[in-house]
Ligand binder design. Sequence first.
Ligand SMILES: [Zn+2]
Ligand SMILES: [Zn+2]
Length: 366
Amino acid sequence: MQITAAVSRGPSAAPVLETLELEEPRAGEMRIRLVATGICHTDLHEHPGRRAPHPIVLGHEGAGVVDALGDGVRGFAVGDHVILSGSSCGDCRNCREGRVTYCDLTMPLCFGGQRRDGSTALSCGGETVHSHFCGQSSFATHALVSERTAVKVDKDLPLEMLGPLACGVITGAGGIIEALKVGFGASVAILGAGGVGLSAVMAARLIGAEQIVAVDINPARLELALELGATHAINSADPDATTQVRAVTGRGVDFTFNTTNVGEVHTMALDVLAMNGTAGFVAAPLGAWAPAMFPMLGGGRQLRGILGGDANPGLFLPRLIEYWRQGRFPFDRLLTFYRFDEIARAFDDIHHGRVIKPVLLIGDAA
Ligand SMILES: [Zn+2]
Ligand SMILES: [Zn+2]
């Protein structure tokens, strides 16, 4: 069928809407009619062609309605409302043990721009266009996804809000709750107050952390972090920011959760850590990083990379939605909505930090 999709090719600043051909769903796949999709920094990084091949349709925070089923799909019916999450193989040991974010095939399945067998779902006048980005390619009116990628949600929920739950929000909330297991009486510093960091702030409050320290260079984001549950806000541009974070408890913090890829922030994340504390991060530091910090690990401290918040989307997302319904996890405060054809403006706004989480409205849920 013919679809409209935002294609990344060439030197444009943002993906451009084009008409493409989408093939029929194969065995185990469903066709999703997208209602909305979030835009994430990973889309920004991949748009110029970093890991994924071009031309490609990016987008990996989709939410939509099941439109057609391939052979062998169980557990979903046409008309079901779904959130799309990342891709995983289902066969490797980590998948079989339920740790799907650490699937052995995460990199080729999420960034290969194709199915596991090397085929793509999209073309343009005979030219191959890469698909299945993070299992989705959701910058489109329709997408083919593996059954494994979708999480069913109630039809009375506002579907246009839910896509970001499966990447940015779960990365932050899962990082605090599932990976670091921050709990009652704990102190945590959250470094970077973007979509991931602010989701982490809300999760830390939800789970009962005693001190929740938000660190960012943007005063407006620090203000929002305080509204969402941070107990302290510290501007990382202050020369003594590290001292200020340590002073919150007088002994450093039990946990840091670093949502940035900035080398200095990775250094700070270890520097502010109490004895026996754990530093979690979601993105490796850009460029060479300071091995001089490694003696910090001698005090029983741990440094831990976290993918997708360590969380199983099928179990974790329904819980986040229920906490949202109860008014205890107001992730909707992070969202700014755009029409699909405003994708260039949305890319520019997130790139310049004018919005936290842009969401493209693509179609109606009904
Ligand atoms: Zn993402
Ligand atoms: Zn796997």
